[in-house]
Design a binder for this molecule. Structure first.
Ligand code: ADP
Ligand code: F6P
Length: 320
């Protein structure tokens, strides 16, 4: 391939910029030209395409967000949208694309590959909900942000002897909630993957722990569970403890990328371009068993993601 494109799609995630930098610099080192496609698939359809050189990606390795902007594009889910995307690639001489995003974005990459534009996906989402990969760019940074915020909430919760209910992102998945819940020492972690009884699993538990002298509590709720404010009200009336709900929201998506995200992004970008350089498309770069490898997109999209119930049980045991 002489020219490849790179785009970011779906929700932004820290580490996407480091991945763009890696894609651009690896491609240049391998003698290829790189085009940046702005605003995901919607920019591809509209021809929002710019030339990128080594200097275009200076000063972004640390930054959250994505210098290429991102978008959700409904038209790309239609045959017409894909056709327009392929035509735009031909017009700009783009022979392959690195797609940085979540599994929705990989479906677009699969459709483009099927229509003659080989694509390689790089998993990027703070949710870590992509079945084929044990890690997605942005997850580590988001975890650290959540931990920092909850540590702050703990100070005020402890001072007022309150219960603090914190809602964390993750769309329909509870991975961010589970990992951050462990790291902040939450009394209860509520995730969509595990059924719970608010009275038995949370209120009775808090009442029992209260008797041992504990005076403030942290409950983590994954956004996929929903009803965080109502949960806080029920906890207050069931325990008599003054309770506040905090919905962390989009603050979890921003901020400088952590060391893990910068390194993972740099290595994944290198791998993605190396595949395209060999003429290999329709692949996703994934992290499995401590290795960065690649998988077929169809296979990757059909893998079930397993929630770590054992870890969840252990976290529950620790909250006494
Ligand atoms: P993520 O990539 O984070 O999972 P989305 O699910 O919002 O985020 O998907 C991002 C974009 O990928 C969508 O807006 C759309 O342009 C494209 N996409 C999603 N699903 C498909 C699909 N089934 N076929 C083609 N493109 C898709
Ligand atoms: O997929 C990343 C994510 O931040 C989810 O955790 C959340 O549900 C969603 O995106 C929020 O999307 P939006 O930016 O459209 O509000």
């Amino acid at each position: 391939m002489k020219t490849i494109g790179v785009l970011t799609s779906g929700g932004d995630a820290p580490g996407m910029n480091a991945a763009i930098r890696s894609v651009v610099r690896t491609a240049i080192a391998k003698g290829m030209k790189v085009k940046g496609i702005r605003r995901g698939y919607s920019g591809l359809i509209d021809g929002e395409i710019i030339d990128l050189d080594a200097r275009s990606v200076s000063d972004i390795i640390h930054r959250g967000g994505t210098m290429l902007y991102t978008a959700r594009c409904l038209e790309f889910k239609t045959d017409q949208g894909i056709k327009k995307g392929v035509e735009m690639c031909k017009k700009h001489g783009i022979e392959g694309i690195v797609v940085i995003g979540g599994d929705g974005s990989f479906r677009g990459a699969r459709d483009l590959s099927l229509n003659g534009i080989p694509c390689v996906g790089i998993p990027g989402t703070i949710d870590n909900d992509i079945s084929c990969s044990e890690y997605t760019l942005g997850f580590d940074t988001a975890m650290n942000t959540v931990i920092e915020m909850v540590d702050r909430l703990r100070d005020t919760s402890q001072s007022h002897e309150r219960c603090t209910v914190v809602e964390v992102m993750g769309r329909k998945a509870g991975y961010l909630a589970l990992e951050t819940g462990i790291a902040v020492g939450a009394t209860s972690i509520l995730v969509p993957e595990v059924e719970f009884d608010l009275q038995k699993d949370v209120i009775d538990k808090i009442n029992a722990i209260k008797k041992t002298g504990k005076k403030h509590f942290i409950v983590i709720v994954a956004e996929g569970v929903g009803g965080t404010e109502a949960i806080a009200k029920e906890i207050q009336s069931g325990t008599g403890i003054d309770t506040r709900a905090t919905i962390l929201g989009h603050v979890q998506r921003g901020g400088n990328a952590s060391a893990r995200d910068r390194i993972m992004a740099s290595m994944m970008g290198y791998k993605a371009v190396s595949l395209l350089d060999e003429g290999i498309g329709n692949r996703v770069v994934v992290f499995r068993d401590d290795e960065i490898i690649d998988k077929d997109i169809y296979e990757a999209l059909s893998m079930p993601k397993v929630f770590d119930l054992d870890k969840f049980e252990k976290a529950t045991t620790l909250a006494l």
